[in-house]
Each structure stands twice: as structure tokens, then as C-alpha cells.
Ligand binder design. Structure first.
Ligand code: NAD
Ligand code: WQD
Length: 348
């Protein structure tokens, strides 16, 4: 049984992926600083899986702390989620973004190289494509991110690619996520944004539950059928399974794989509002506002390469995403509780 180090494992996508990895028979060790998450997420991973996970409190910017994780646990592969992800904040604090996102990757790779660990799955983003000339977006499209967050993702992709070329035994999957949404079917785990949500789905969910008065729809003059932006929303459980499929794929083949993880279908902001109203039975008041700077009109994936290489494809649709987000949000209107109720296991 392989042991996988999941960095940022208490975060939104990381916590769902821990659950999927445990379900697929992997052992899981999480390295986390909780700078954008809560220990309760990991307690719930254990509750839902009925399995224990290893835990190391760790700021991945700190080389000694990362070394310590690899010394304490016997790791076979790494799924690297930890990072900062808010586009607007990355414009205001670019150094913080570059330092946090790049140094973590350096430290992990150095530790892996030293110990002969060869499996690495990286959280990249559709943001590396910037504003594409056409859709659906294929992996060989030009890479031209338009903000520091996106550039930090592209730089990490390039570092990983160069490292792989220099070490043929190193196997890496670059997974470019489209728009993650939804929550675990149980309603016990979901997205738990700090403060005002930046993204559409958590914002809609907070309007539905009465925490926010109305949604601001950023622009109704895009060249789309209803004038609002179109995105490829992918259920977080499908995304989590995409990581299991990527690991399995790397166990079978050497080299680097680059895959879009999306559904291949785009939905507009207003279509998402209507789908959420249907799923929740609540009305979502909204007002049309100016475009948000840096937003593009249409973005959706060609996800066929992931299916060809790993057999993975998204199974769930927007109705599932809205149902599960509502289930999570209505059962946990304030997200995860604050108390550090979970300390984690120092050994596995
Ligand atoms: P998240 O903020 O919920 O999770 C990231 C986790 O990493 C958090 O738990 C945070 O505490 C931890 N972390 C951050 N910096 C750390 C550090 N220096 N040391 C230790 N832990 C640290 O974010 P998410 O939505 O789960 O995203 C996970 C990954 O996927 C990120 O790399 C993000 O850039 C990428 N991604 C996210 C989206 C999205 O829309 N959610 C889309 C594409 C790619
Ligand atoms: C979706 C649509 C908005 C909020 C971002 C990052 C990207 C990736 C995923 C990490 C757009 C509209 C939104 C609101 C709105 N993250 N919207 N009102 O911008 O596609 O992608 O998250 O890698 O890098 O840029 O996602 O959910 O913010 O927006 O009208 O309050 O909803 O204009 O059309 P986006 P989003």
C-alpha cells in the first residue's frame, strides 16, 4: 500500500482528494499550515473514511519543516495542493504569491530527489491558458497567464518539466483544473472560504443561505448567449478522482503527463444561478454590475486527453454540484467550526 503526502490536504480540493485516496486504498499523510483551512476538515475526512491519516503541521516555505515531514513518514508520492490561489490578492501581493507557491515546490522536489521518491501530482489551473483564442481548450494551446497567480502556476509547471527532463525516473502529472465546485455528497465536507468568497459558487451558496443579500453578476455584455461569462464547472469529487487516476497513470508510465480536468461543457453565470435556485428551492437575488477586471468571456476544456491517458472523466453535472453545495452550505452555514478539535496522528 503506497503512502501519499498530500500538501494542503485540509483545503477545499485537498480534503476531498484525501477522501478519494483513502477510498482507493492509499495511505495519506497531510502537511498543512492551516493558513486557509481548518483542522476540522481533516477530522471529517477521518470520520467519513473511517481511516486514520498522518499529519504534520508544516509551513512548506520552511525547508527544515519540509525535511522533517519526509524524515517522519515513509512517503511514496506527493500530491501538491498547498498554495495561495486568489487572483486579485496575487496582483496586490505578487512577492508573497511567488514566494509561497514556488518555494514550497522547490523544497518538496529537493526532499524527493534526496530520497529517491518519483511520483508527483501538481495542482495547476486553466488560468495558465489566459484568454484562449478558441474553445474548447486543449493542453497544447498557448500558455499566457495574465496575473501573478497564473504566472506562479506556469513557473511551477516549467520547473517540474525541467526537473523531469533531468531525472527520467521522476514522474509528474500537471493537472489543469477548470472551475471546481460542489461538495462531498454527505454534506459533511465542502468549500469553506475565508471572508467574502471570490468565486461564483460559494458566493451563490452564501446568498441562498441568507449570509449575503445578493449576487453581483460581473458583466452582461460578453459575446455569449445571455451576455454573462461561461465556465466549465467541475464537481470536486470528480476532480478528486482525477488525482487518483493520475497517480495510477504515473504508476504505469514514465515521464510527464499534462491533463485538463474539466467536463467539456460550459455554463453561464445566469445558468448557474437558475440551477442553484432549482437545487435549493431558494431564490438568488442578483444585480448586473460592471465586468470584473481580468475576467474572460468563455472558458471550457477539452478533457479528452485525461480519459485517453488515465480513463478518467467527469461523471457529475451542474445539478449535482448545486445539490451538494446546498447540502453542505445549509448544514454548515458558517463552514467548519474554529476550535482546533483535531491534532492528527504523528505516525502511520
Ligand atoms: P485551499 O486554499 O482551500 O487549499 C490550499 C491549502 O494549502 C490550504 O489548506 C492552505 O492552508 C494550505 N497552504 C497554503 N500555503 C501553505 C504553506 N506554505 N504551507 C502549508 N500549507 C499551505 O485551495 P483549493 O481550492 O483547495 O486549491 C488547491 C490547489 O488547487 C491550489 O494550489 C490552487 O492554486 C489550485 N487550484 C484551485 C482552483 C480553485 O478554483 N479552487 C482552481 C485551479 C487550481
Ligand atoms: C466564474 C464566473 C465571473 C463571482 C477563478 C480563477 C481561476 C481558478 C478558478 C484557481 C465569471 C462570475 C464570479 C461573482 C460573478 N482558480 N462571477 N460574480 O474567474 O473563472 O476562475 O477560479 O486556479 O484561476 O481566476 O471563477 O468563480 O471567480 O467566476 O458574476 O461574485 O462567475 O465573472 O464569469 P473564474 P469565478
Amino acid at each position: 500500500m503506497k503512502t501519499i503526502l498530500v500538501t494542503g490536504g485540509a483545503g477545499y480540493i485537498g480534503s476531498h482528494t484525501c477522501l478519494a485516496l483513502l477510498g482507493a486504498g492509499y495511505r495519506v499523510v497531510v502537511a498543512e499550515s492551516f493558513q486557509n483551512s481548518k483542522p476540522e476538515a481533516l477530522r471529517r475526512v477521518q470520520e467519513l473514511s473511517g481511516k486514520e491519516i498522518g499529519f504534520a503541521a508544516c509551513d512548506l516555505r520552511n525547508k527544515a519543516e519540509v525535511e522533517d515531514v519526509f524524515d517522519r513518514f515513509s512517503i511514496d508520492g506527493v500530491v501538491h495542493f498547498a498554495g495561495l490561489k486568489a487572483v486579485g490578492e496575487s496582483v496586490v501581493k505578487p512577492l508573497w504569491y511567488y514566494e509561497n507557491n514556488l518555494s514550497s515546490t522547490f523544497h518538496l522536489l529537493n526532499c524527493m530527489e534526496k530520497r529517491g521518491i518519483h511520483l508527483f501530482v501538481f495542482s495547476s489551473s486553466a488560468t495558465v491558458y489566459g484568454d484562449p483564442d478558441t474553445v474548447p481548450i486543449r493542453e497544447d494551446f498557448p500558455l499566457k497567464p495574465i496575473n501573478p497567480y497564473g504566472r506562479s502556476k506556469l513557473m511551477q509547471e516549467e520547473i517540474l518539466s525541467d526537473f523531469q527532463k533531468s531525472r527520467p525516473e521522476f514522474r509528474v502529472a500537471l493537472l489543469r483544473y477548470f472551475n471546481p465546485a460542489g461538495a462531498d455528497r454527505s454534506g459533511r465536507m465542502g468549500e469553506n472560504p475565508n471572508g467574502i468568497p471570490n468565486n461564483l459558487m460559494p458566493y451563490i451558496a452564501q446568498v441562498a443561505v441568507g449570509k449575503r443579500a445578493k449576487l453581483s453578476v460581473f458583466g452582461k455584455d460578453y459575446p455569449t448567449p445571455d451576455g454573462t461569462g461561461i465556465r466549465d464547472y467541475i464537481h470536486v469529487t470528480d476532480l478528486a478522482e482525477g488525482h487518483v487516476a493520475a497517480l495510477r497513470c504515473l504508476e504505469e508510465r514514465s515521464g510527464m503527463v499534462i491533463c485538463n480536468l474539466g467536463t467539456g461543457r460550459g455554463y453561464s453565470v445566469l445558468e448557474m444561478v437558475r440551477a442553484f435556485e432549482k437545487a435549493s428551492g431558494r431564490s438568488i437575488p442578483y444585480e448586473i454590475c460592471a465586468r470584473r477586471p481580468g475576467d474572460i468571456a468563455v472558458c471550457y476544456a477539452d478533457p479528452s486527453r485525461a480519459e485517453t491517458l488515465s480513463g478518467w472523466k467527469a461523471r457529475l453535472g451542474v445539478d449535482d454540484m448545486c445539490r451538494d453545495t446546498w447540502n453542505w452550505q445549509s448544514q454548515n452555514p458558517d463552514g467548519y467550526p474554529d476550535e482546533p478539535t483535531w491534532k492528527g496522528s504523528e505516525k502511520l
